[in-house]
Design a binder for this molecule. Structure first.
Ligand code: SF4
Length: 115
């Protein structure tokens, strides 16, 4: 199978956000993460673009993305001070959207690094 190489990929597993990772992929699977530490390498190598899960869950049951977004909006709208938490295993673009969401909902942002 042909190997695709991506230079200067960013690892968002921890707060260091290393941006000099060289990724090698075969199909949907990353097979090598050059320059990543052992944590970053494990993070990259155990992720896949294969569809393994439903788009969303509501109360533990598979749901459409639209229904899940609607439910999340209802919950956020009722919250007094919503906490947007996590963010360590998502892309920079997703982190930007999470901060925007926190501002919109009058909430706060925190990550696992504060534990
Ligand atoms: S987990 Fe390792 S490679 Fe990833 S950002 Fe942190 S230090 Fe860098």
């Amino acid at each position: 199978m042909a190997v695709t190489v991506v230079q200067n990929a960013t690892c968002t597993f921890c707060g260091c956000v290393c941006d000099d990772i060289e990724l090698h992929a075969e199909g949907d699977r990353i097979v090598k993460a050059k320059n990543a530490c052992s944590l970053g390498e494990a993070w990259f190598l155990h992720h896949t673009a294969e569809r393994l899960y439903p788009d969303a869950l509501i109360d533990g049951k598979p749901a459409s993305l639209d229904a899940a977004v609607e439910r999340a909006a209802e919950i956020l709208d009722r919250a007094d001070l919503p906490l947007i938490y996590g963010l360590s295993n998502i892309t920079s673009e997703a982190q930007r959207e999470a901060v925007f969401l926190a501002e919109l909902a009058g909430g706060i942002v925190d990550s696992h690094t504060s534990l």
